[in-house]
Ligand binder design. Structure first.
Ligand code: F6R
Length: 242
């Protein structure tokens, strides 16, 4: 694993964006695995900035996102499709047809998972998968205890995740109870994994994930078994491992 320690969030975002740009520059038709959440927002801003300066061209890039809530329309402001449109896709020249987020409105979510697996396969796999990490070590919506060997699948969200997400909805009842997520198996098949972390509150889980035992109770711990992981963080989340 390569670790890049940054002074602060801005610097971390820039380093992470550098890694993603390297893929886009060296392979203009690369497949980017993307994540939502607060951590990669600065990275997306940086990529948009470089695109606006003429340094990046997304016209042939393909993307595949980690996850989406079941039941949310792409136009819902809490859907992950909406997040991607507003934080990246609407601001660069990526072809909308080349962007993939699981369809939260699919009438048959299980069939949607199978379709999504086929999409990833048909693109020849993922060149770099961006991952944020939950405080409990979740990656995508793969919560503690989930099997490592799953591809895209439907998950029931834990009470803790529902509660954590409630602040983004009018009430807790409106928080989706299920999501579609790439599984650990799909994530592990990416040729490179770029983990972004920020904030002191991630220090403990970073230590557990990268230096603790590899166990389903800490989903991100499986990343220790991947041959090409880059961990980008500011000082605080890396404080217990450096
Ligand atoms: C995002 C995702 C989640 C987040 C994780 C960390 O698509 O699947 O696993 O990466 O919850 O979120 P932040 O970055 O908000 O701490």
């Amino acid at each position: 694993m390569k670790i890049y320690v940054s002074e602060d969030y801005k610097d971390m975002s820039r380093k992470a964006a550098n890694i993603v740009s390297a893929h886009v520059i060296l392979n203009p038709a690369c497949v980017l695995g993307l994540a939502t959440g607060s951590t990669p927002i600065g990275m997306y801003k940086q990529l948009i900035d470089w695109y606006n300066k003429g340094d990046l061209d997304f016209s042939q890039v393909k993307s595949v996102n980690l996850d989406e809530y079941v039941g949310l329309a792409p136009t819902h402001d809490q859907s992950y499709r909406y997040f991607m449109q507003t934080n990246l896709f609407d601001h660069v020249n990526i072809d909308p047809a080349n962007t993939n987020v699981p369809n939260g409105l699919a009438s048959d979510p299980e069939a949607e998972c199978e379709r999504y697996n086929q999409v990833i396969r048909s693109m020849g796999g993922i060149d770099v998968q961006v991952l944020g990490m939950g405080h409990n070590g979740h990656i995508g919506f793969n919560e503690p205890g989930h099997a490592f060997e799953l591809e895209t699948h439907v998950v029931n969200l834990t009470e803790r995740t529902i509660e954590a997400n409630a602040r983004f909805f009018a009430s807790k009842d409106e928080v989706p109870k299920r999501a579609i997520t790439m599984g650990i198996k799909s994530i592990m098949q990416a040729r490179q994994i770029l983990v972004v972390v920020s904030g002191e509150d991630k220090a403990e889980i970073v230590k557990k994930a990268f230096y603790g035992p590899v166990v389903p109770e800490v989903p991100a711990s499986i990343l220790q078994m991947h041959a090409n992981v880059v961990l980008c963080g500011d000082k605080a989340p890396l404080s217990k491992i450096m």
